[in-house]
Design a protein around this ligand. Structure first.
Ligand code: BJW
Length: 366
């Protein structure tokens, strides 16, 4: 939680500073937690975007094929929130570290929110592993191949106007229980669950708790409690977003398809060049790695979850910066550090011996 960082152990900080100052090759691995202080929700955990929801509906190619409107509502909301947000001191501090250390300091971010580029992170030293919310491409990437980079239009289409749709939906959401995710998205998911679960689902205010997972749909044919309503077959489930393909961003090149966000969903491979660039950092013939910073990630999603271990094998000492000590993985006592707290508070302090105080770097543009 931002602003609740406990005091750090001075001995550990001194040890870290000593290693940092001697480090020539530094790899950082970032997750949603670095942007939490900028007001953006993380994915997992109590306040996460996915708390109580089935990610398969909004973060898989199958989910998009099934209901592109619902997925676009999720990403329209994410784009809107990311545009409102500002980079925080953690983004600026890492950008400054990259400038000071130079090309041997590389950041691998899972975030698609564009906050690191907006903090002035040197482009060649930042790999956006899961893409970027502000790049779109034609769903027929092979046949048509249209890519639209740096598209900051908000709303993308009138039907994806998050503010209008949220205003309409917000009255239906219990204010004391207001979920982090967009009410518009929650309403869509609730409708979908109602379709899936039939009469088992009561149509009430769309709250995270109501959102039973889509997996109920695949339980068709399984043993049922006597009298229990049967989930509906997938073939009966229609688009629950209420949006048609005409409501979604159209491909201006082939004029036959819709566009999708250029982000990496579960089951999709990372962009080939990005994955190769990342793997090359840990290759046998690459220089040793001195230090690896793992910032604000649950380290649950692969291949990124494996990068700290790869860095370890290249000699790196690992520093985890996270509000949850338990999210630090594979710790070696006496070798690795876990700094518990808000990355926006901790990173500027931890990197200070190399980057100096914020007066030197806070004016970076966003
Ligand atoms: C703070 C804080 C504060 C809070 N300060 N800290 C090997 C083993 C097992 C499974 C697999 C495997 N290899 C592949 C898989 C399958 C799958 C996978 O990993 N599944 C796991 C869930 C088990 N991986 C994939 O499918 C990947 N593709 C792939 O490997 O393809 C192979 C392939 C090859 C060839 C052909 C075809 C395929 C793709 C994964 C894509 C993930 N995409 C998403 C959505 C992206 C778009 C979007 O943003 O919407 O990426 S999922 C979601 O999780 C998003 C995130 O980038 C990612 C990671 O989440 P993150 O950032 O860690 O967030 P949280 O919420 O989990 O954690 C936040 C953390 O911050 C917490 O620790 C907090 O405590 C902390 N925090 N506030 C500091 N203020």
């Amino acid at each position: 939680m931002p602003g609740t960082t406990p005091a750090l152990n001075p001995t550990e900080v001194a040890d870290f500073h000593n290693v940092l100052q001697q480090s020539k090759r530094i790899i950082s691995v970032l997750g949603a937690g670095i942007s939490a202080s900028s007001g953006l929700a993380t994915f997992r955990g109590t306040n996460g975007l996915w708390n109580g929801q089935d990610v398969m509906q909004v973060a898989t190619p199958a989910g998009f094929r099934h209901d592109p409107g619902l997925v676009w509502q999720f990403y329209a909301y994410r784009r809107h929130e990311a545009l409102k947000a500002k980079p925080n001191p953690a983004h600026y501090a890492l950008a400054e570290l990259s400038r000071r250390v130079g090309p041997s300091c590389v950041t691998l971010t899972q975030n698609v929110d564009n906050l690191s580029p907006r903090a002035g992170h040197p482009e060649g030293q930042l790999k956006q592993l899961h893409g970027n919310l502000f790049t779109l491409h034609c769903v027929d990437i092979v046949g048509c191949g249209y890519v639209d980079e740096g598209n900051f239009k908000d709303p993308l289409t009138p039907a994806l106007d998050t503010t209008r749709a949220e205003a309409a939906a917000i009255g239906r959401v219990d204010p004391d229980h207001k979920p982090k995710a967009s009410p518009m998205l929650l309403a869509g998911l609730a409708r979908k669950n109602a379709q899936i679960l039939g009469e088992k689902f009561e149509d009430k205010s769309p709250q995270a708790d109501d959102l039973a997972p889509l997996k109920a749909a695949v339980a068709v044919g399984d043993e049922q409690e006597p009298g229990a309503a049967r989930p509906r077959p997938m073939s009966d489930i229609r688009m629950s977003s209420g949006l048609s393909k005409e409501d979604l961003p159209q491909c201006p090149k082939c004029k036959a398809n819709i566009l999708r966000p250029s982000v990496v969903w579960f089951g999709e491979a990372l962009a080939e060049s990005t994955a190769e660039d990342a793997e090359a950092l840990f290759a046998d013939d690459a220089e040793p790695i001195d230090l690896c910073l793992v910032v604000g990630t649950s380290s649950k999603v692969w291949p990124t979850a494996g990068y700290a271990e790869k860095a370890r094998k290249k000699g790196a000492r690992i520093a985890t910066i996270n509000i949850e000590a338990g999210d630090a993985k594979g710790l070696r006592p006496g070798m690795d550090w876990v700094f518990v707290g808000d990355a926006a508070e901790l990173l500027p302090e931890l990197l200070k011996p190399v980057i100096g105080g914020p007066e030197g770097w806070k004016n970076a543009t966003s």
